[in-house]
Design a protein around this ligand. Structure first.
Ligand SMILES: Cc1cc2nc3c(=O)[nH]c(=O)nc-3n(C[C@H](O)[C@H](O)[C@H](O)COP(=O)(O)OP(=O)(O)OC[C@H]3O[C@@H](n4cnc5c(N)ncnc54)[C@H](O)[C@@H]3O)c2cc1C
Length: 348
C-alpha cells in the first residue's frame, strides 16, 4: 500500500525526433537484469556506445542462471525459481524477439494450478479472454467461489473489478487494505486463501500489505483486461542459455561492452555535465547514466553517493565547489538525453 504520493512523469514518444542518437553518444547502464539489459539494448540499437555494468558474475538478476558444479563434477545451471513468461508482457516479448524473432525457445505451460494444504487445488487456465465472460466463468467454475457470491456481493465487486481505472481506482482504494475490501464483499476464507493470497504471494507481497487498489489493478492486468487469459510460456532450457548469453552477444554485436562482476560502487556529478561512476578498479565518466538495479541496491548506491543523492533532491547539481566552482546543469541520470561529448572513459 502506498503511503507517500509518487511522482510519475509520462513522456510520450515523439515520432518527429530522430531514431538514432548523434554520433559519439555514450551511456553507462548499471544493473544487468531485465530492466538494465532492456535499456542497454534500446540504447545500443539507437547508436549509443553502451557500457553495461553488472555486479554479479552473470547477467540476468532475478531471472539469472549461473553455473554450479555438482559433487560428481558435472556443471548445472542454477536459477532463482520458475518464471512464467505471460503472453501479455508485450514489451518484454518484443525485446526477446531481438534474440529469437519466433520466440522458439518458449513453450506453452498448460495449467495454472493454485495448490493448498487445506483446500482442493484450483486451476485458472482456459477461461475466456474477454470481460465480463472471464469473470463470470471464474465464479461459475471455481470451487471456492460461486455465482451466488458474485450476485450477492454487497459492494458490487463485479462493477469495481470491471471498471478499473488507474487514477480513479488508486485514488479510491489505495488506502483500503485488500483484505478488508475482500471481507466486505463477503468472500469466504477459502476464496481469500486460494485466490487473493496466492495472487499476493506470487508478487512477493504480504497479503496484509496489499491495498485494494493494487489487488484490483493486478486482477485487471492479469485477468479481466488480458485478452490472452492467464496464459503463459516458459523457456525450453535454462535462462542463461536461452536468454542471457544471446543478449550478451546481441549487445556486443551492437558495439556495447558487457562488464559482469563489475559493481558500480558510487556515482557523483563530474565536470562537463557528466557522471563519474566509481568501480572497484578505476571509474567511468559518462554523460548518460541509467540506474537499473533492484531497489535495495539502488538505496545502497545512493547512500554511498551523497553528491548524486543531493542532485536528486534538487540541490544545485554539478561537481562539489572544491573541485569546480562552476555550476552546471544536471547530467542525464536514468534518461536518454542527448548531445554527449565523449565515449565513456576510464577515469583513473
Ligand atoms: C523466484 C522468482 C520468481 C519469479 N517469477 C516470475 C514470473 O513467473 N514471471 C515474471 O514475470 N516475473 C517473475 N519474477 C519477477 C522477475 O524476476 C523480476 O521482476 C525481474 O527479474 C526484475 O528485473 P530487474 O532488472 O528489474 O531487477 P533485477 O533482476 O533484480 O536486476 C538488478 C541487477 O542489478 C545488479 N546490481 C545491483 N547493484 C548493482 C551495482 N551497484 N552495480 C552493478 N550491478 C548491480 C544486480 O546484481 C542485478 O543483476 C520472479 C522473481 C523471483 C525471484
Amino acid at each position: 500500500m502506498s503511503r507517500e504520493p509518487r511522482t510519475r512523469v509520462l513522456v510520450p514518444a515523439d515520432p518527429a525526433l530522430p531514431r538514432a542518437v548523434p554520433a559519439g553518444t555514450e551511456a553507462v547502464v548499471v544493473g544487468g537484469g531485465i530492466a538494465g539489459v532492456s535499456a542497454a539494448v534500446v540504447l545500443a540499437e539507437r547508436g549509443a556506445a553502451v557500457t553495461l555494468l553488472e555486479a554479479a558474475p552473470t547477467l540476468g538478476g532475478r531471472l539469472g542462471g549461473w553455473p554450479h558444479t555438482l559433487p560428481d563434477g558435472t556443471e548445472q545451471v542454477v536459477e532463482h525459481g520458475f518464471h512464467a513468461f505471460f503472453r501479455h508482457y508485450h514489451t518484454w516479448r518484443a525485446l526477446l524477439r531481438r534474440i529469437d524473432p519466433e520466440l522458439g525457445f518458449l513453450r506453452p505451460v498448460g495449467g495454472y494450478p493454485v495448490i493448498s494444504r487445506e483446500w482442493p487445488p484450483e486451476d485458472l487456465t482456459g477461461l475466456p479472454g474477454t470481460a465480463p465472460f472471464n469473470l463470470i466463468a471464474l465464479f461459475a467454475r471455481s470451487p471456492s467461489l460461486g455465482l451466488r457470491d458474485l450476485l450477492r456481493s454487497r459492494q458490487l465487486v463485479a462493477a469495481e473489478l470491471l471498471a478499473y481505472d488507474r487514477i480513479r481506482t488508486t485514488a479510491r482504494y489505495d488506502e483500503v487494505p485488500a483484505a478488508r475490501f475482500l471481507a466486505s464483499l463477503g468472500m469466504s476464507d477459502r476464496a481469500q486463501a486460494m485466490l487473493f493470497e496466492a495472487f499476493a504471494r506470487s508478487f512477493f507481497a504480504h497479503p496484509g500489505a496489499l491495498s485494494a487498489a493494487e489487488l484490483i489493478a493486478m486482477f485487471h492486468y492479469y485477468f479481466l483486461g488480458n485478452p490472452h487469459g492467464i496464459g503463459f510460456d516458459a523457456p525450453t532450457t535454462d535462462h542463461r542459455t536461452a536468454i542471457w548469453q544471446p543478449f550478451a552477444q546481441y549487445l556486443e554485436r551492437h558495439g556495447a561492452q558487457v562488464r559482469t562482476a563489475t559493481p558500480a560502487r558510487a556515482i557523483a556529478p563530474a565536470d562537463g555535465h557528466r557522471w563519474r561512476v566509481e568501480l572497484d578498479h578505476g571509474a567511468l565518466l559518462t554523460r548518460h547514466l541509467v540506474l537499473a538495479t533492484e531497489p535495495p541496491a539502488l538505496r545502497a548506491l545512493l547512500a554511498a553517493s551523497p553528491q548524486a543523492a543531493a542532485v536528486r533532491r534538487g540541490s544545485p547539481p554539478g561537481p562539489p565547489p572544491s573541485r569546480s566552482p562552476r555550476r552546471s546543469p544536471s547530467p542525464g541520470c536514468g534518461s536518454t538525453a542527448t548531445s554527449p561529448p565523449t565515449a565513456p572513459r576510464s577515469a583513473r
